[in-house]
Design a protein around this ligand. Structure first.
Ligand SMILES: [Zn+2]
Length: 106
């Protein structure tokens, strides 16, 4: 059986700590506890859902970064400042110059 993605060693350790601290009852140590959401089993359900949401957000961020990187590959970059210093200017006009037909030499 595959280990779920959210189940990293540090998270697993956190769940074990929670269980040991709570004894399987209220994770906040209330005795008695007025809130069933604090019960270990219920609490970790929400915690795991949060982790899964974190992982999805993380995966999205990685994907977006990768996409930006890929999209920028074909684009020529100019320095923000000094775009029209002599060299940049030459490159700029050289690139944007129409290709002129050369006069045929006889
Ligand atoms: Zn409680």
């Amino acid at each position: 059986m595959a280990i779920p993605k959210w189940n990293t060693p540090s998270r697993q350790a956190h769940l074990v700590d929670l269980f040991l601290d709570s004894g399987g009852f209220c994770v906040f140590g209330h005795k008695p506890c007025p809130n069933p959401e604090h019960h270990y089993v219920n609490y970790i359900e929400g915690l795991i859902a949060d982790w899964q949401a974190d992982d999805r957000a993380q995966a999205r961020a990685v994907w977006q970064t990768e996409r930006l990187r890929l999209h920028s590959l074909g684009e020529r970059r100019y320095p923000l400042r000094g775009q029209f210093n002599n060299i940049s200017q030459d490159i700029f006009f050289w690139q944007s110059a129409p290709i002129l037909p050369r006069r045929a030499s006889r």
